[in-house]
Ligand binder design. Structure first.
Ligand code: GTP
Length: 356
């Protein structure tokens, strides 16, 4: 049985107000919670058993997935009393793993959307008999990341903190294969970070940390802009997901949604029971269940969360409207603006330009 651990305990602060009630991995993107797309990919790669390492709002996960039968997985949950960091969270689920000391365990961040070949990463780990095998990807500008150089043999040589002039564009993509015994050796009961403590410790001890380099679709859905981008890319088919309802296309209109006379494009999702009025144009945006967009509104690269309303003629670009918020007619919301849950904006209250 191939086993995986998914880290889903983060508070998702950069995505507030969307994550005030829903943990980041449970936010609906492209017709299913982000985590469901990820679990479907794990299952397609041959994973049969998954342990979710939860911390923030654990009940949201169990209520949705239960024992995992509906998605063909054996799902188990472990909740940290205090968040233990990435490695601490992995160590904390060790007694739920069933494989022997040398068996591989896939470990993935619950908020990364990746199109890389999981089976190939697992195969490399087995071939190399590595202690840990990391998926490494290449980014155009590595300054915002810690970078991970490898030698000619594909061995990781260092874990470098963010720097002004990175020595390589290779970065940690947040998907690992661990030898089971390496997980058991992480100190229990305290905060431990994989990047800062566990991996550098393995290198110092002369253990084999292998790099699986593949430049595939890769996006960390940690910010509103990335969430919207990832959702649209799933809908457009730029990254494949077995959990995408129906085929890829310009828009995904979910059950009970009404969109007659509206123009939908760029991988827009119209959530269950949501309404887009005639004359409205919605592009690359994520409208969640029960959201309503008024006539002639223009919504681009934005999130309109559950049961919220955007009034007639509004312009939204890179904006977030929280759950149940009401944005009156004729408002102009741009540039990362976030309307908090339940907030009420009167008609024509906010603009970014003059009304001339
Ligand atoms: P921000 O607060 O916006 O930075 O988001 P985050 O809390 O999710 O942090 P980050 O994006 O760095 O986390 C990367 C991954 O690790 C996510 O999948 C988190 O759910 C997970 N994670 C982070 N810290 C913990 C932790 O202490 N315990 C567990 N179980 N998971 C964690």
């Amino acid at each position: 049985v191939t086993e995986a651990v998914v880290l889903v305990g983060g508070m998702g602060t950069r995505l507030r107000p969307l994550t005030l009630t829903t943990p980041k991995p449970m936010l609906p993107v492209a017709g299913a919670p982000l985590l469901e797309h990820l679990l479907a990919r794990l299952r397609a790669a041959g994973v049969e058993r998954v342990v979710l390492a939860t911390s923030y709002r654990p009940e949201v996960f169990t209520e949705h997935f239960g024992t995992g039968t509906s998605i063909g997985l054996d799902l188990d949950y472990v909740t940290e009393v205090e968040p233990l960091g990435t490695a601490g969270a992995i160590r904390n689920v060790a007694d739920r793993l069933r494989g022997g000391p040398d068996e591989p365990v896939l470990v993935v961040n619950g908020d990364v959307l990746s199109g890389h070949d999981l089976a190939a990463q697992l195969a490399l780990h087995r071939d190399r008999e590595a202690d840990v095998t990391l998926h490494l990807t290449e980014v155009a500008d590595a300054r915002a990341y810690g970078c991970v150089p490898t030698d000619e043999a594909g061995r990781v040589t260092a874990f470098l903190e963010k720097m002004a002039e990175p020595v390589t564009n290779q970065v940690n993509a947040g998907c690992y294969v661990f030898r089971r015994s390496v997980i058991d050796a992480i100190p229990a009961g305290r905060v431990v970070s994989v990047e800062r403590e566990t991996f550098p410790g393995l290198l110092a001890a002369g253990r084999l940390v292998a790099g699986y380099v593949e430049v595939a679709y890769w996006l960390d859905l940690g910010t509103p802009a990335a969430l919207v981008r990832g959702s649209a890319d799933l809908v457009l088919g730029a990254v494949a997901s077995p959990a995408l309802p129906g085929g890829a296309g310009q828009a995904l209109v979910l059950r009970g949604a009404v969109t007659e006379g509206a123009t939908l494009s760029g991988g827009t999702v119209v959530g269950p029971g949501a309404t887009v009025s005639p004359g409205a144009r919605v592009s690359g945006s994520l409208l969640m269940a029960g959201a309503r967009v008024g006539p002639d509104a223009v919504v681009t690269d934005s999130v309109v969360a559950r049961d919220s309303r955007v009034g007639a003629g509004c312009v939204l670009v890179d904006a977030v409207v929280g759950d149940r918020a009401r944005v009156g007619a004729g408002n102009e919301l741009r540039a990362g603006l976030r309307v908090w849950c339940d907030a009420v904006l009167p008609d024509a209250a906010v603009r970014f330009s003059s009304d001339a």
